[in-house]
Design a protein around this ligand. Structure first.
Ligand code: NAD
Length: 499
């Protein structure tokens, strides 16, 4: 296997890197059934830093065959030994923190600090994997005199992960520790827009001593994902991306009898009541909708203002207006996304909403790259597209209501169910909202209520297709199956029905 040089950038200057190839059987290889080649663009510069070839079904099959070859020896290892690879991987991720943070920043367009936070969260996921030897103990019980039932977690076989552009290192790490330590081999299909972090990870896995074939990377787009769904040699598929694709991938993967868990998009509502702490609320909401330029499934989308919260709304507008694209938030992933976000702002304005803080000038105001500045749209009506659809940019829509009941009705009327938050100093208000909102991940005065490890990450409704959460213990359960072993050693007389 060729050794790929580490990503060299240590600032935001334009830095090309290697082309994204497939990792199959421990070797970086070109696609044998290419469906075309795409530029990998650094959104800050709007220029290609790499290229990626879109793979076909033959490439997926090659990865499955390599994984099948490697699996028997890997699954024979005790779970504790498989976890050792991740102990070493953790040290390597810490060692390469700077290079990886810059790589994430360059391929995705986010700020270095956001890249660092992503690497840190990826490490946290690895640490959860490292705790599995202490968690994944089976159970047993004497179910009848002399008869013991035992349950053990066993691997599924070859499994697949499909991930989005917005967290190119962290989201794959939602799946890999549990899947691999659980004894599986995983084929990872990163976003074709951000395939470079998986190159760095492939090299680190090799250094950590992961056997060839246990982690494969197959680059590509729709055809590649469909080939993963259709391949009979793949037992389970985890997906993270938009709702439209999550729904289709879930149906297709299930149609071939696979276990599937597909996380989708979001439209997160943040309810603000008059007793909320003004400064905490202002800082938190602005951080939520502008962090990663709003390209997070946990980002604030709609602020539901209950009654008179004008000082908070004014503070949010002032703070958002002072944000500088490139310094206070990063770039948008593609030109198409810039146009989509601008389209939503234009549309809201045409329908009578007020663009109180306008990020559109940033689109033309930068010498290069893909930008939209922090945007606050006030007096949005619940029926407007900006209130109902996922914008996935640094845009906050403010909807005003009179009562908490109206706020809850509004939140529960949206088909997504990823995150929701309430800003209040009242325990009773918090309790009411937390008991009623249709969202899987909820915050009280926390605008990005990501359940940190070991709590599982996953939404409800149109934000999740399949059962359970992607991370934490649910993730381990998803990537393993339970064997039940019933044993009777005592050769006593037939005195129970199980004898
Ligand atoms: P996307 O749905 O466009 O792509 C996700 C993956 O699906 C990529 O690997 C892509 O190659 C593949 N894909 C795209 N179109 C496909 C098709 N027609 N058939 C099969 N596969 C296809 O998502 P994105 O733009 O990369 O990421 C942003 C979206 O992901 C947002 O909607 C965001 O909310 C969501 N997201 C959700 C979570 C979560 O945990 N719920 C986390 C991160 C991102």
């Amino acid at each position: 296997m060729t050794t790929i040089p580490a990503f060299p950038a240590r600032d935001y200057s334009f830095t090309p890197w290697v082309d994204a190839r497939n990792l199959i059987g421990g070797r970086w290889v070109d696609a044998v059934q290419p469906h075309g080649t795409l530029d990998v663009v650094n959104p800050r510069h709007g220029r290609a830093i790499s290229k990626v070839t879109l793979s076909g079904a033959a490439d997926v099959d090659a990865a499955v065959q390599a994984a099948k070859l490697a699996l028997p020896a890997w699954r024979e290892l005790p779970l504790r030994e498989r976890a050792q690879v991740f102990y070493r991987l953790r040290e390597l991720l810490v060692r390469d923190m700077e290079a990886l943070s810059w790589l994430v920043s360059h391929e995705n367009g986010k700020l270095l600090a956001e890249g660092r936070a992503e690497v840190e969260k990826a490490i946290e996921c690895v640490e959860f994997g490292c705790s599995l030897p202490n968690l994944a103990v089976g159970t047993d019980l004497e179910v009848s005199r002399g008869v013991t039932c035992e349950q053990r977690y066993e691997p599924l076989g070859v499994v697949a992960g499909v991930t989005p552009f917005n967290f190119p290192l962290m989201v794959p790490m939602w799946m890999l520790p549990q899947a691999l330590i659980g004894g599986n081999a995983m084929i990872l299909k990163p976003s074709e827009q951000t395939p470079l972090s998986m190159i760095a990870l492939g090299e680190l896995f090799r250094e950590a001593g992961l056997p060839d074939g246990i982690f494969s990377v197959v680059n590509g787009g729709r055809e590649t994902v469909e080939a993963l769904c259709d391949h009979p040699g793949i037992q389970a598929l985890g997906f993270v991306g938009s709702t439209r694709v999550a729904r289709a991938v879930y149906a297709r993967a299930c149609a071939t009898g696979k276990r599937a868990l597909c996380l989708g998009g979001a439209k997160n509502h943040l309810i603000v009541v008059p007793d909320a702490d003004p400064q905490v609320t202002i800082d938190n909401i602005v951080a939520s909708f502008t962090g990663c330029s709003g390209q997070r499934c946990m980002a604030a989308a709609n602020l539901v203002a209950v009654g008179d919260v004008e000082p908070i709304i004014d503070g949010i507008k002032r703070k958002a207006a002072a944000m500088a694209p490139g310094a206070d938030h990063g770039a948008i992933n593609s030109l198409a996304s810039v146009e989509r976000i601008k389209g939503y702002i234009d549309d809201a304005e045409e329908r009578g909403a007020t663009v109180a803080v306008d990020g559109r000038p940033a689109i033309d105001g930068q010498a290069a790259g893909y930008w939209v500045g922090a945007t606050v749209i006030d007096h949005v009506r619940p029926d407007m597209p900006t209130a109902r659809e996922e914008i996935f940019g640094p845009v906050l829509s403010i909807i005003r209501v009179d009562t908490l009941e109206q706020a809850l009705a509004l939140e529960n009327d949206n088909p997504y169910g990823n995150a929701s938050c309430v800003y209040t100093t009242s325990g009773e208000v918090a309790r009411r909202v937390m008991g009623r909102v249709e969202a899987g991940m909820c915050g009280v005065n926390v605008g990005v209520p990501v359940p940190r490890e070991p709590f599982g990450f996953g939404g409800w409704n149109d934000s999740c297709f399949g059962a359970g959460n992607m991370t934490g213990w649910d993730g381990f359960r998803f990537w393993t199956r339970v064997r039940k072993v019933t044993t009777k050693w005592a050769l006593q007389k037939d005195w129970t029905w199980m004898s």
